[in-house]
Design a protein around this ligand. Structure first.
Ligand SMILES: *[C@@H]1O[C@H](CO)[C@@H](O)[C@H](O)[C@H]1NC(C)=O
Ligand SMILES: *[C@@H]1O[C@H](CO)[C@@H](O)[C@H](O)[C@H]1NC(C)=O
Ligand SMILES: [Mg+2]
Length: 262
C-alpha cells in the first residue's frame, strides 16, 4: 500500500480536475483482480470468504455492524478504491441520479431539496484512509478528527457533478452529516474549497443527540418535511443515510467498502 499512498495525491488531483491524467494514473494501477481471501476483521466467521464476496455483501447491506475490513483484503480494497473501479461504480450512481433529477418535470423551487451526506459522499477521505489501511485499522476518532479539522478532503468528483446539475436546475441542497457541531467551520471551509459553493442547510449532529446515525438522520429528514420541504432525492455512502422513514422520494447509495456506520 506504500505505492498507493504515494500515487494517491496525484490520483485525487487528477480525479477532480483532469480526466486524461486520471486515466493515465489509474492505468498503472489497474490489474487483474484475482479473488483474495480475507481473515480477521469481522471475526473468524469471515475466514475463507473472498474479498469480492465480502464487498458485495457489504454493499448490499447483508453484512452489518462490522468494525474493520478483513485483514487480507487491504490490498484488494486499496486497488478497488484507487484503481478506477470505485470511480466507475460512483459514476453509475451519479448518472442515474442526474437522469432522475432531470426527469423531475414540475419541481418546486422553494420546497424541493436533495439531501447529501458529507463523508465518502460529498467529500472523500481517501487521503486519510489510504494512510490507514483502507479500513483495516480500527477507527480512531481522535486521529480522524484531526484530519477533518484540516478541511483538506477532495470532493468525490461524481457527487460534485450531481450537485452542479441540481444547483443549475434549482433543486436546493441540504448537507446532512454525522459530523458533530465542533466540525462546522472545518466542514464549511472544506465544502467550499471542494467546489460546493452554495447550500440551503448544513446540518451537523449536536453532541447531545444520541441514537444511531439511522435514527438521527431519519429524525432530521422528518423535521425537514414537517417544515414544508419535499425531499426529492437523498444520496449517501451508508445504508444509514438512506434507510428510515422518510427516506426521500429516491435514494442513491454510493459504494463504501471501508467502514460501516449503523
Ligand atoms: C472504468 O470504466 C471505463 C469505461 O467507462 C473502462 O474503460 C475502464 O476499464 C474502467 N476501469 C476499471 C478499473 O474497471
Ligand atoms: C467559526 O467561524 C466563525 C465565523 O467565521 C467564528 O466566529 C467562530 O469563532 C469559529 N468557530 C470555531 C470553533 O472555530
Ligand atoms: Mg458518509
Amino acid at each position: 500500500m506504500k505505492l498507493l499512498g504515494v500515487v494517491l495525491p496525484l490520483f485525487l488531483l487528477a480525479a477532480s480536475h483532469l480526466c486524461s491524467a486520471e486515466d493515465a494514473v489509474a492505468a498503472r494501477l489497474i490489474h487483474i483482480l484475482r479473488p483474495k481471501f480475507g481473515s480477521a476483521g469481522t471475526g473468524a466467521k469471515m475466514k475463507g470468504v473472498s474479498c469480492s464476496s465480502w464487498q458485495l455483501a457489504v454493499e448490499t447491506d447483508n453484512l452489518r455492524d462490522w468494525s474493520t475490513i478483513p485483514a487480507g483484503c487491504e490490498s484488494y480494497l486499496g486497488h478497488y478504491m484507487l484503481g478506477g473501479r470505485y470511480r466507475n461504480d460512483s459514476r453509475v450512481v451519479a448518472d442515474s441520479a442526474v437522469e432522475y433529477a432531470l426527469s423531475l418535470q414540475r419541481f418546486h423551487r422553494n420546497t424541493d431539496i436533495w439531501i447529501f451526506d458529507v463523508d465518502e459522499t460529498s467529500l472523500s477521505n481517501l487521503p486519510y484512509f489510504s494512510q490507514h489501511g483502507f479500513g483495516v485499522q480500527p477507527y480512531n476518532k481522535w486521529r480522524f478528527g484531526k484530519w477533518v479539522m484540516k478541511g483538506a478532503a477532495p470532493p468525490l468528483p461524481e457527487t460534485l457533478r450531481l450537485y452542479k446539475v441540481l444547483v443549475s436546475v434549482g433543486i436546493k441542497v441540504v448537507f446532512l452529516t454525522g459530523r458533530t457541531a465542533e466540525y462546522r467551520n472545518a466542514t464549511v471551509y472544506n465544502l467550499k474549497k471542494a467546489g460546493y459553493h452554495t447550500w440551503e442547510k448544513l446540518i451537523l449532529r449536536s453532541a447531545n443527540q444520541g441514537g444511531t446515525a439511522l435514527q438521527y438522520k431519519s429524525e432530521v429528514r422528518a423535521r425537514l418535511e414537517r417544515g414544508g420541504l419535499r425531499i426529492v432525492g437523498n444520496i449517501g455512502d451508508q445504508w444509514s443515510d438512506i434507510l428510515g422513514s422518510p427516506e426521500g422520494e429516491r435514494t442513491f447509495k454510493l459504494p463504501d467498502p471501508m467502514y460501516y456506520i449503523s
